[in-house]
Design a protein around this ligand. Sequence first.
Ligand code: CP
Length: 336
Amino acid sequence: MNETSQTILKPSGGSANFISVSDVSDINALVDKALTYKTNPYKDKHLGTNKRIGLLFLNPSLRTRLSTQVAAQNLGMETIVFNVDKEGWALEFGEGAIMNGATVEHVKDAAPILGNYFDILCIRTFPALKNREDDYSEMYINQFIKYAGVPVISLESATLHPLQSLTDIITIKESLLNAPLEMKDKPKVVLTWAPHVKPLPQCVANSFSEWINAWGETDFVITHPQGLELADKFTKGATIIHNQDEALSGADFVYVKNWSSYNDYGKMHSNDADWMLTNEKLKLTNNAKVMHCLPVRRNVELSDEILDGANSLVTKEASNRVWAAQAVISELLTLS
Ligand code: CP
């Protein structure tokens, strides 16, 4: 274990995980490490020799699945992907469950085996959006952490998407390094709700909020229709404005994302098309760069003219997923 790595991720109880911003002690150091990998992807190509990473998907993915594999392979690791939802036994997560229904295998039996097969375990598990208490308990990923016995990386859990949020800060910092904003202490970052055809989790918005707040290097504003408030524990520190035009005024970065209601849990509450970002709305900003985690519903959530325009960072943002994953995996390999 080197001195630098001790300051970037926080080991707890002897091992480290990457589940939320709470697992990170130095966001800027992790971002800088990722940007170093972007410049030199193979500089630690032997760090993961004879190490194996397992990627478990209980839900679909394009970017997270592929970027994490590329990142691990850049570090010399062997990667194995397992689509648990399609190819595995239906898992039971409840302690003391009487398994006389649809579930076939308990996580407390499966996870220790996976912990023996892999040096790092990565898991994607979306919320059901039916019961807030269940989803916000993060039982699925916590049960893997409890029983796997190896470091666990969240590939998006019921309430958070930390690799996405780390990527988002990398992308903002990279953009600032390439074109510094003049005469501003802090860039203005606006997270704006956008319409969608169906209710989506709050994960990306929660996670972006907690990371941006913890980073502390921006003037952070969140805008959404009434009734779509996110959980205070993630947004505390941000300015909440319900008038989107007012919120966008002078913005340097606009992060676009749909989410369903936290208070009236999982309901859509609004599908107001006026909230879709357009070039006309972009005129209110400081020629803002526009971000979105993808996948995106074109001309519902975000307009073609923005996605295909000069201000869009979305392709660069998605490409940066590799460097975020590589920095995190590298830290966990160094710590273990
Ligand atoms: N942004 C993101 O997590 O994309 P995927 O769902 O395709 O992995």
